[in-house]
Design a protein around this ligand. Structure first.
Ligand code: NA7
Length: 550
């Protein structure tokens, strides 16, 4: 006879449940607990805080936002009590920062670690979300906030033969905590997105040989990373209010403005000088050199041609250079990587580039990878830098069910539908931080996260003041917002990158819908504020909870 399953622990009740303890979950816990006085529990799958930065420990993992901007700005104490060491922070430093935040705000006592959420169901009678975790524990609360990140559900391509491989296979997004020793190993890396572009130079330093398997050639701009000097650190602390103000005024939440001129209104020499200056300075600001790089194909071509010329200049072998520079989409229409020595890496004798667009991977064999042509690549380790089931993957794998048994998977069968990326019709009191339909991945993430956390917290505070039990986005509002998100994307060149994860195109079978809001963070912030000021237009409130004094 099969053994009886262990009895489920008694359900624990809270005012709000938050899923995830990265940037978003930590701030959401602080905002609801310490400002609103709610009883909050955070459920986190990992055994520590950090979210994305807990999982992504691959060699070279680094943030593409500048460190002084990649931080919480809601608390002067946090800003003044932390020093970043480099222009672009490495993963271990960001993880230390998030632990510093959690300790400074005394957050860990309200986080349950090793608690992967496996289901969340709306109980309409009790007006409660009932949430279960993998270990069989159960929780309930009127409000459920997902803080699961946009890039947290790994995309592992279904290449046959994985189980036959005699060596080791690792995905960059689930990297072993003890690290991987590549010394003397023949390494194959699949994927040339931001991750592969960061990892390749570091892998090449220790591996006996590195083969990069490229399906789509990619632009990349030098990061020009460097240690920060004391003067800069002091300046950033002293000017925190101005930096915050600047980040809030730009479309992408970075502190630099978008150029006012068109790339086409200056002559070739002036344009070249502007691109050259941005290239030498390093970082993502190159795409802001001129105002129309993301909106005019002709303007974009000038930036694309500039970068392709740099690739051909750096890479010595003409065939390799041609393959790296044969980029099929406009610049910055896929997430533009920044790098430390990526193209230079291909000048090493021990590094090879293989074009798997022309000759796709057929299967993994016991000794390596075989391509469709029959070519064999002998490998000891395969690194999948193949990205994520972005924006919706982590939400859909949690088995969320709303009103009348509606599964989120069903509601989003044709692609995500949200009001402002914050709520989904049919799912009362569920809030999705940096959800699809919000600017999220098109911005400097902490800026987007702070705005969402504050909007959600204000909304919950307002409900408690009025005594309403639930809030839910209307179908009409979601339809209107999806139309607006599409229009905003179509006003840019971004939908032209047909294989980008912004469109869900990297995951076989995923609906092709442009998911993030491309209308800009500043405009989005204004829309969200207007919606709230207009009595939460596009949402309905219902029911009667006991009003709570403000
Ligand atoms: P990305 O940007 O999605 O890049 C994944 C890479 O892996 C990209 O080059 C893909 O090629 C390639 N890929 C994906 N699936 C396959 C298969 N089946 N075969 C071959 N190659 C494949 O993920 P990253 O982790 O680099 O970056 C994610 C974000 O994290 C990044 O944008 C930052 O915001 C941080 P493709 O282009 O699809 O042809």
């Amino acid at each position: 006879m099969p053994e009886a399953p262990p009895p489920l622990a008694a359900e624990q009740g809270f005012d709000a449940l938050v899923i995830g303890a990265g940037f978003a979950g930590l701030y959401q816990l602080h905002a609801l607990r310490d400002r609103l006085g709610l009883r909050v529990r955070v459920l986190e799958a990992a055994d520590g805080v950090g979210g994305t930065w807990w999982w992504n420990r691959y060699p070279g993992a680094r943030c593409d936002s500048e460190s002084h901007a990649y931080a919480f700005y809601f608390s002067d104490d946090l800003l003044q009590s932390w020093d970043w060491s480099e222009r672009y922070p490495q993963q271990p430093e960001i993880l230390r920062y998030l632990n510093h935040v959690a300790d400074r705000l005394d957050l860990k006592r309200d986080i349950t670690f090793d608690a992967r959420v496996t289901s969340a169901r709306w109980d309409a009678t009790a007006a409660l979300w009932r949430v279960a975790t993998q270990d069989g524990r159960r929780y309930a609360a009127p409000f459920l906030v997902t803080a699961v990140g946009c890039l947290s559900s790994t995309n592992m391509p279904d290449i046959p033969g994985r189980e036959d491989f005699a060596g080791a296979i690792h995905h960059t997004g689930e990297w072993p905590h003890e690290g991987v020793d590549f010394t003397g190993k023949r390494v194959g890396m699949i994927g040339t997105g931001s991750t592969g572009i960061q990892a390749a130079p570091v892998l090449a330093e220790t591996a006996a040989h590195l083969t990069v398997f490229q399906r789509t050639a990619n632009y990349s701009i030098p990061a020009r990373n460097r240690p920060l000097d004391e003067d800069f650190k002091r300046w950033a602390k002293d000017h925190a209010p101005e930096i915050k103000q600047a980040m809030h005024s730009t479309p992408n939440g970075h502190a630099w403005p978008i150029g006012e001129r068109s790339a086409l209104e200056v002559d070739a020499a002036e344009r070249e000088a502007a691109f050259r200056a941005a290239w030498e300075k390093g970082g993502l600001a190159l795409r802001a050199t001129f105002r129309d790089i993301l909106t005019s194909r002709a303007a974009n071509d000038t930036a694309a041609d500039f970068i392709k010329a740099r690739i051909r200049e750096v890479v010595k072998d003409p065939a390799t250079a041609a393959l790296l520079a044969e980029i099929d989409h406009p610049f910055a229409t896929k997430r533009p990587p920044i790098d430390t020595g990526y193209f230079e890496t291909f000048n090493r004798d021990t590094v090879a580039l293989v074009d798997i667009r022309a000759d796709p991977i057929d299967r993994i064999t016991p000794t390596g990878l075989r391509l469709r042509s029959g070519a064999e690549h002998a490998l000891d380790v395969i690194v999948f830098a193949t990205g994520f089931d972005a924006m919706t993957g982590a939400l859909l794998r949690m088995d969320i069910t709303g009103r009348d048994g509606l599964a989120l998977r069903e509601a989003w069968a044709a692609g995500p539908r949200t009001q402002l990326g914050l709520q989904v019709p049919g799912f009362p009191n569920l809030f999705t931080i940096t959800g699809p339909g919000s600017p999220s991945v098109l911005t400097n993430m902490p800026v987007a996260i702070e705005q969402h956390v504050e909007w959600i917290s204000d909304c919950i505070a307002q409900l408690r003041r009025t005594g309403a039990a639930t809030i839910e986005a209307t179908e009409q509002a979601a339809d209107d917002w999806v139309a607006h998100v599409n229009a905003a994307a179509n006003a840019t060149l971004m939908p032209q990158a047909g294989h980008s994860w912004y469109l869900g195109a990297n995951v076989p079978g995923k609906p092709r819908v442009f998911m993030p809001y491309a209308g800009g963070m500043a405009r989005y912030r204004a829309i969200c504020a207007e919606v709230a000021a207009d009595g939460y237009r596009g949402f309905v409130t219902a029911g009667q909870a006991a009003p709570v004094p403000a």
